[in-house]
Design a protein around this ligand. Structure first.
Ligand SMILES: Cc1cc2nc3c(=O)[nH]c(=O)nc-3n(C[C@H](O)[C@H](O)[C@H](O)COP(=O)(O)OP(=O)(O)OC[C@H]3O[C@@H](n4cnc5c(N)ncnc54)[C@H](O)[C@@H]3O)c2cc1C
Length: 564
C-alpha cells in the first residue's frame, strides 16, 4: 500500500520541523522552499533560546511553551545550543513592582529563577552598568538557527523526505474545492547547487498540503482565495565585533524595543524592534533603527557606546491573532501559534496553515500540525521528535573526551568541535596539512573542505556551516582563501563567482554602519581586495604572460635563478 503524502511549503524552522515529524511517522513528504533553507525569518532572527521569561507577565501560554521546548532542544539539539544563561536586569528607572511581577510570572510558568544583587551581577558581567539595581537569572541561551534547520532537514531526508530548495510555489492546485497539490517554479541559487531544471514549472500532487510559509502564509492562502491574516512585523539586529557579555541580557521592563543582547559565538547581537510592514520581502532598512538600538542598549551596557559594530540585518515576524482580536501594537500581539484547518474554517479541505509562534517553539508547532495532518490522513503513529536526538547531537561528555586527542582547548576550537557533533573525528582529520583559513573564527581547511562537500560553490552556505568570514574582518582576510579551497574541484570561473557572491553578502550587512571605525575597516577591506588583490581590475582580464614566470625568477644578468 502506498504511503499517504504531504507537501510542506516553507523551509524555515516550522517547515523543516513538520517535514521531519511527518517523515518520522511514515508519511511521504515533499518540502518546497522558494530560496535556500532559512531564507525567511528563521535565518534572520535574534538567535535566542528563550526560557519564556520575556513572556512570563503578559503571555504565559507562550512562556510555558518556550520553557518546555528550551528543555527539549537542549536534549535533542545540544550541538546547536549554547546555554549561556540569561539575566533580566533592573535599572534605577525600572519599576520594582514589574520586577516582582516578572519573578512571580516566571515561577508560575515553571521557569527556574534566582534573584541576584547588583554586586553578584557585575561579578558575572563586568561590562554592565554599575548603576543597575539587581537582576533575575533565567535559563535563556543562544541557538544557531542555520544548523538547527539543516539538522531537521537532514533528519527528514534520512526518513525519506524530498527537500526541494529554490522551488517557489506559484499556485495551489484546487480541484472541486479541495487543495490537491502545488505548482512550483524551479530556480537556481545558493544551496548545494544540484537543482533540477531551472526555469521549469512542476505540478506536485499530495493528499494534504501544509502552509508553513511564515510571514508569507497570507500570500499562499490567497492562492486558494483564503484569508490568512498574517501581520508581518520587522525587527532589526546589530552584530558587535566582540562578545561583550557572556549571558543573554534582557532589560527588566514591560516588553518593548531594543532590550535584549544575545552573545553568539564570538559576537554579541543587539535587538530588536517591532514595526508592522506591508510586504515581508520589501521594506525600508534604516540607519536610525541601528542608532536607536545602540543608544538604548548602552544604558544597560555602556561599553556598547564605543564598541565596533560588524553588520546589521532585519527579520520579519509572522505574527497572527484570530480575526477580531484587534490588538493595536505589534509587540502586544501574542507569540502563540495557530494551526488553521481550512476544511473546518473555510470549507476548503486538503490544506492546513500553521502560523505565529517562536523559533524556539518550532518543534511543538510541528508536532501539533503533524498531529492534525495525521488525523486527516488516518495515520496514528505517535510523534517522536522530542525523544530522538538530531543528527550530530551527542552526549557532551563524548566530545570532551576527545579534547586532549586533538589538543582543542580554546573556546573557539571547542565550539568548532561542538558544531561538528558526532562527525568531528572524521572531519578534523580530513585535510593534511590543515592550516587555519579563517583567523577571526579559527576555522581550518578541513572544516572548510567538509562544508564544500555539501555546499559546492555556495560559499555562503560554507560560511553558515563553519562561521568562516563571520568574524571581525567580515571576510576581508579570508573570503579569497575560502574561494581558493574550491580549486581544483571547481574551475577558476566558478571560484571567482563564488568569491564575489560571498564578498557581496558580507558587504550587504555592513552598509548600515559606515561611520567611525566601521568605515575604516570597510575601507581597509576594500583596499585589500581592490588594490592588493587587484579585484577592481581583475588581472585575468589583462594579458599577462604567466608562463614566462614558471621557469624561475629572472636575475640581473639576464640568466635564470635555480629556482630555490
Ligand atoms: C527580529 C526578529 C527576532 C526574532 N528573535 C527570535 C529569537 O531570538 N528567538 C525565537 O525563538 N524566535 C525569534 N523570532 C521569531 C522566529 O524567528 C520566527 O517565529 C520563526 O523563525 C518563524 O519560522 P517559520 O518557519 O514559521 O518562518 P520562516 O523562517 O520565514 O519560513 C517560511 C519560509 O517559507 C518560504 N516561502 C514563502 N513563500 C514561499 C513560496 N511561495 N514558495 C516556497 N516557499 C515560500 C520562505 O522563503 C521562508 O523560508 C524572531 C523574529 C524576528 C523577526
Amino acid at each position: 500500500m502506498s504511503k499517504p503524502s504531504t507537501i510542506v511549503i516553507g523551509g524555515g524552522a516550522t517547515g523543516v520541523g513538520i517535514a521531519r515529524d511527518l517523515a518520522m511517522r511514515g508519511v511521504d513528504v515533499t518540502l518546497v522552499e522558494q530560496g535556500n533553507l532559512t531564507h525567511g525569518t528563521s535565518g534572520r532572527m535574534h538567535g535566542m533560546l528563550h526560557s519564556g521569561g520575556r513572556y512570563a507577565v503578559t503571555d504565559q501560554h507562550s512562556a510555558e511553551d518556550c520553557m518546555t521546548e528550551n528543555r527539549i532542544l537542549r536534549d535533542i539539539a545540544s550541538h546547536c545550543v549554547e546555554m549561556t544563561g540569561g539575566l533580566f536586569v533592573q535599572m534605577p528607572e525600572d519599576d520594582d513592582e514589574y520586577f516582582q511581577q516578572k519573578l512571580e510570572g516566571c515561577r508560575e510558568c515553571d521557569i527556574p529563577v534566582e534573584v541576584l544583587s547588583a554586586e553578584e551581577v557585575l561579578e558575572m558581567e563586568p561590562y554592565l552598568s554599575e548603576d543597575l539595581e539587581r537582576a533575575i537569572q533565567v535559563p535563556d541561551g543562544a541557538i544557531d538557527p542555520f544548523r538547527l534547520c539543516v539538522a531537521n532537514a537532514v533528519s527528514a531526508e534520512n526518513h525519506g523526505a524530498r527537500i526541494e530548495t529554490h522551488s517557489e510555489v506559484t499556485d495551489l492546485l484546487v480541484e472541486d474545492g479541495e487543495v490537491v497539490g502545488v505548482e512550483v517554479e524551479h530556480k537556481s541559487g545558493a544551496g548545494s547547487r544540484v537543482h533540477g531544471n531551472e526555469g521549469e514549472t512542476e505540478a506536485i500532487y499530495a493528499d494534504h498540503v501544509v502552509n508553513a510559509a511564515g510571514a508569507w502564509a497570507g500570500e499562499i492562502g490567497a492562492m486558494a482565495d483564503l484569508d490568512v491574516e498574517v501581520i508581518p512585523a520587522k525587527g532589526v539586529m546589530t552584530i558587535m565585533n566582540v562578545r561583550q557579555v557572556d549571558m543573554v541580557i534582557n532589560r527588566c521592563k514591560p516588553r518593548g524595543n531594543a532590550d535584549i543582547i544575545v552573545p553568539h559565538e564570538t559576537t554579541a547581537i543587539l535587538g530588536t524592534t517591532d514595526e508592522e510592514v506591508e510586504d515581508p520581502e520589501d521594506f525600508p532598512e534604516e540607519k536610525a533603527e541601528v542608532d536607536f538600538l545602540i543608544e538604548e542598549m548602552s544604558k544597560m551596557a555602556p561599553i556598547l557606546e564605543d564598541a565596533r559594530t560588524l553588520r546589521s540585518y532585519w527579520g520579519v515576524r509572522p505574527l497572527y491573532e484570530p480575526p477580531g482580536t484587534g490588538t493595536e501594537e505589534t509587540e502586544q500581539i501574542t507569540r502563540n501559534y495557530f494551526v488553521l484547518d481550512h476544511d473546518e474554517r473555510d470549507d476548503t479541505p486538503g490544506l492546513t496553515t500553521v502560523v505565529g509562534g517562536k523559533f524556539v517553539t518550532y518543534r511543538k508547532m510541528a508536532e501539533d500540525c503533524a498531529d492534525h495532518v495525521c488525523g486527516r490522513l488516518g495515520v496514528d503513529t505517535e510523534c517522536r521528535t522530542a525523544d530522538e536526538p538530531l543528527p550530530g547531537s551527542e552526549d557532551g561528555a563524548i566530545l570532551s573526551d576527545a579534547m586532549d586527542r586533538y589538543g582543542l582547548r580554546s573556546p573557539l576550537a571547542r565550539r568548532n568541535k561542538q558544531r561538528l557533533g558526532s562527525r568531528y573525528d572524521d572531519v578534523l582529520s580530513g585535510a593534511d596539512p590543515n592550516p587555519v583559513v579563517c583567523d577571526c573564527e579559527g576555522v581550518t581547511r578541513a572544516e572548510i573542505r567538509d562544508a564544500i562537500e555539501s555546499a559546492g560553490t555556495d560559499l555562503n552556505s560554507v560560511r553558515q556551516q563553519t562561521r568562516a568570514s563571520m568574524g571581525t574582518c567580515q571576510g576581508g582576510n579570508c573570503s579569497h582563501r575560502l574561494a581558493a579551497e574550491l580549486h581544483p574541484e571547481y574551475d577558476e570561473e566558478a571560484a571567482r563567482a563564488a568569491l564575489e557572491e560571498l564578498y557581496q553578502e558580507r558587504w550587504k550587512g555592513q552598509r548600515h554602519a559606515l561611520w567611525g571605525e566601521q568605515l575604516d575597516q570597510a575601507t581597509l577591506n576594500h583596499a585589500l581586495h581592490a588594490s592588493t588583490m587587484n579585484r577592481d581590475r581583475d588581472p585575468t582580464d589583462v594579458s599577462v604572460d604567466f608562463e614566462s614566470f614558471d621557469a624561475g625568477r629572472a636575475v640581473a644578468d639576464g640568466g635564470e635563478s635555480d629556482g630555490d
